[in-house]
Design a protein around this ligand. Sequence first.
Ligand code: HT7
Ligand code: ZN
Length: 861
Amino acid sequence: PKEIFLKDYKLPDYYFETVDLSFALGEEKTLVNSKITVSPRVEGSSSPLVLDGHDLKLLSIKINGNGLKDAHYQVDSRHLTILSPPSGAFTLEILTEIYPHKNTSLEGLYKSTGNFCTQCEAEGFRNITFFQDRPDIMAKYTCRIEADKLLYPVLLSNGNLLEQGELEGGKHFALWEDPFKKPCYLFALVAGQLESRDDTFVTRSGRNVQLRIWTPAEDLSKTAHAMYSLKAAMKWDEDVFGLEYDLDLFNIVAVPDFNMGAMENKSLNIFNSKLVLASPETASDADYDAILGVIGHEYFHNWTGNRVTCRDWFQLSLKEGLTVFRDQDAGPMAHPVRPHSYIKMDNFYTGVREGLFSSFLGAEVVRMYKTLLGSEGFRKGMDLYFKRHDGQAVTCEDFFAAMRDANGVDFANFLLWYSQAGTPIVKVASSYNAEAKTFSLKFSQEVPPTPGQPIKEPMFIPVALGMLNSSGKDLPLTSVFHDGMLQSIASNGEPVYSTVLRVTKKEEEFIFSDITEKPVPSLFRGYSAPIRLEADLSDDDLFFLLAHDSDEFNRWEAGQLLARNLMLTLVADFQQNKPLVLNPKFVQGLKSILIDSSLDKEFIAKAITLPGEGEIMDMMKVADPDAVHAVRSFIRKQLASELRAELLNTVKNNRSSEAYEFNHPNMARRALKNIALAYLASLQDEESATLALNEYKSATNMTDQFAALAAIAQNPGKTREEVLADFYNKWQDNFLVVNKWFALQARADIPGNVENVRNLLNHPAFDLRNPNKVYALIGGFAGSPVNFHAKDGSGYKFLGEIVVQLDKINPQVASRMVSAFSRWRRYDETRQSLAKAQLEMIVSANGLSENVFEIASKSLA
Ligand code: HT7
Ligand code: ZN
């Protein structure tokens, strides 16, 4: 496959002004007629017009109404080339035949449980018709859909419904028009048996927007939270950014077969059912949270992504980073925010977007703009961005320029964040001069070399910081000496308690004056830059920050850093066969958090959660999954044993007999109770087992029921098997809950779990064609450090076999699974050779997709 580079971007030779699509949906085949008005970019040019197309049967081509002779065009498996189009504007009409019922890749037009739906980002539109499938081709669309009325009573596309009516032979049609120009990746069509929950949103300018959430009839009762989330998002965008919805109708459709979480198609968002359907009995707090986040995310794309879109796919972070930022106020394939090359666009999402709304670096870059410019400055930048670029396909540089110009600031080398891969390592050395009352912070930064980028420039790093005095309060900051100048950092003569430094050089020093006592610095408050910090803070400093920092992120991070250091020390002990001993200070530190009733319960739950095994392995020279697992289990059990009474109290005091409510106090309470329960279950004693079983039986919502099930499932034995069977029996008719059941078993660290997972492949509820089921069972297994990395290679072999099988069904999903191998060099020699053998087997498989080939071959490179 041909690798594409950012530096090779060329403007298109032809623009498309209007696109009139007409679909005749059928059981065996679908006809797609596409009528496009084309205009050359440069008047008079008649260079060949190259259209993308994949798995399409070309039936006819017309130019200006006249059929095109064979000699005037060429078709291959990926393109249709019109050899010498007329000079000047012309109409192009193409009729193709496609087979949605056979489309298991879930890209383009496909069927999900009997209904038709589409997924066009990134390059799915080429599976529907021949087109310039690139985001800088923005056109106005109409879409006429014709289908059997009984089988497909609902016919939806983007924009406004212009016309609908009956046709002969039991058919009907609908004609949709989208008044906004859009790239083809935002095109959508849905046809099927669906019902809607309807509501209205009145915009701040007084327009009524009709809101509809579509699902199969039996799921409609589970869409209340999704509707609440949509209205909350619409209001937020008006309040915070002054951005109003621009059409009179907004549709969301939930489908059970979907490769990702959701898609922001203009006015017709299509969602994975998992991110729409919720009831207290069937969805956990995490599900409720994800629905709120993703509905907001897709809605926010209406402005950041749809009204202003990406010029090319290297600009993905322009829309995704900004939209993730808006929704949430390292390895062989290290990605900068915007990679310099790709083979298959979808893999960029695979690599960057693991865990759909987790750490997406682009959002951190956007957050840095806001940290540097403040809320007002950031808003000014956003306003200018929309003023300049509404209706355009633009680049990350355009966003940068809007931020810069709106604020009249010099950002020096900030743009490097978009092009330089790898996480900067920032070292900080501090010293206090009691006589001069000055405190010095010396920063040095290094960006490790990454493939293709051996030498790195210093980055522009915003450092938000404060300083704690001996009683844990923030010290006032007045001025700082830097670059030979004393700069005031007071605001209107008043001292401030937190400030933002701009670190731009490889090494530089900042000396704060008027610091009355030796402080403990709180650096990179609120995660002000996506860097790895190596500061000269002692364990005592970290305990102090954990107890007192006014910045909640840093308070939590101090605890995590302590836990990471502790775990790494114990891992070394374990590897040298030394006895494991838990530092009493650590136990004491966590105890004081656990029993501090003044703290937010969500914070306590997060602060007492140990860093994951993957995170610790990432910090090791040679990742040792067995040692890390043994150490984490040891610490968990030891903490549970030493804090047993406090944990029991935590469970007891945080039960509630009230009806489920989705709000912070209740979610925080459940989170704290359930982490305490998980700790206790690790004790593997009768009392804890009985407690967990009672919690399971008495649970009145999925959050509590599933947490109790997970606590019980930690320990192999009869109870585990019985409760797992009970859970399945209860929920076998709800596929989303059954997926939780698959995932829990897949992740289990019980010995030899690969065999259980193999057996589950044959479970009647499992289906390799459904991405959610694959993510739950195969993805869950690939994320389990113990069994996936089993030293006999059984986990790797299992995944290797599945990837090859899955690739034939759904390359996007298969490529997400193969990425579990991409860090194989991080392990010991035995594991390396076992994983490498599987990657080699995969790349040599017959008929491998580009998606999987890219990930597997880059992993081997
Ligand atoms: N922008 C959407 C991403 C997406 C996607 C990308 C590649 C292949 C399939 C896909 N489905 C959805 C959704 C989002 O940003 O949330
Ligand atoms: Zn997005």
